[in-house]
Write a protein that binds this ligand. Sequence first.
Ligand SMILES: *Cc1c(COP(=O)(O)O)cnc(C)c1O
Length: 487
Amino acid sequence: MNRQLYEKLIFDYSRPGRRGFFFNEGNAQMPSLPDGLLRQTPPQLPEVDEPTVVRHYNNQSTNNFGVDTGFYPLGSCTMKYNPKVNDLLASDPGFAAIHPKQPTATMQGALKLYYELQQSLSEIGGMSEFTLNPYAGAHGELTGLMVIHAFHDHNKDFARTKVLVPNSAHGTNPASAAVCGYEVVEVNSLPDGTVDVDDLRSKLDNTVAAMMMTNPNTVGMFEKHIPEIAEAVHAAGALLYYDGANLNPMLGIARPGDMGFDVMHINLHKTFSTPHGGGGPGAGPVGVRKGLEQFLPAPRVVKLADSSFDIDQHNDTALGRISSNLGNYAVLIRAWAYILTMGCDGLAHVGPLATLNANYVMHRLKDLYLLPIPGPCKHEFVFDGLIDKSTGVTTLNIAKRLLDMGFHAPTIYFPLLFHESLMIEPTETESLDTLDTFCDAMRQIAVEAIDSPEVVKEAPHLTPAVRPDDTEAALHPIVTYSELCNQ
Ligand SMILES: *Cc1c(COP(=O)(O)O)cnc(C)c1O
């Protein structure tokens, strides 16, 4: 098969009999296994020498783009820099080599860290208690909705079958509600991107279990009417759920609990700076206000009267388990380290800086890109493509052209409120130089769209892969080497 270097798979280098090393079978202690357990045919593994393996994977790694290689303004994802000291701590054998089932007396330090993170997140969110068990934001949403379900069931309030979701919401919100067995009802947005409170009121009644909200919302606007919304939702007997994916600009400044939210999740991999992308790892701790603690899943870490720590398996809760053990521990260590190294003052700086950076980029580009909701914004904002639509250059083209210029693309075609959404979130960790280089690139693309639109429409020109068919890849993935050879 004649494929480009970057497209090659390790199987392409396979030659019969080629090996990285040889066992000296004379000295090897081979355990004897029953015949029934021995495989009858050799595994279909590539036969390759060590230098080939090392070169192949090193070359592959340079085809990747990450927050450690460049600016990553992927809106709603908070791709801030992940401090290396957090990784250092997470890889300490004292944490990394423990087993979830070993006696609690032998892992008091690890449990203390876990307990402190539960406490810190409760303080930051203005909640009574947190579970650190969920593995992602979406998993947190599902867990939170299950808590809400358990609460209504506990009150024998079985008529509540609906969850309200603004039409600006992230797709995981309606998906989680549906997975939890609820009917999803959409709430309209006003022209400024915030929730239409009149529309919300018209949909609130005793069949509504909860309203899910993101604040600031997905267009980067703070929902100013949140006290009024909370009051209306509670008056109808429903609970208010906070999607914490956009907690970054609120850190240390405003707390969801104080805004009237009853249940919330935090995406530790976003706001608390643990590496993410490519599907993981993540953590989506869920917090609840006073009175809902009993519905949280097990297990959790508790502090005993003698100041030691223990794992409370309390399996008799309404919810039971939503994870195999206590959660994604290496992610939790990083978040804990981030909170401690930032301190209260540092955390309170995050939001204003993230907001300043977003507004700076917005102001430098809004003469060329269409800003449907005028600022100021919070940590992110959305353009509706270029102002000049006559060239036919789309948001997809702009995103692809940015790759040629060494940037990760912003989030595109989300939120669904606009046709050409281009959602930019610079985060607080970027310097003025980086922001300026990005703005210069965006301005250059707007000029190219007029002078040489084909350059933008056919982009990217410099990346190893050009325009993969995302839909085909999702519908008909080729997951084995033999399938690839046979296609
Ligand atoms: C990222 C995100 C989610 C989902 O979180 P995951 O950790 O990716 O599962 C939910 N809502 C919003 C607004 C998000 O940006």
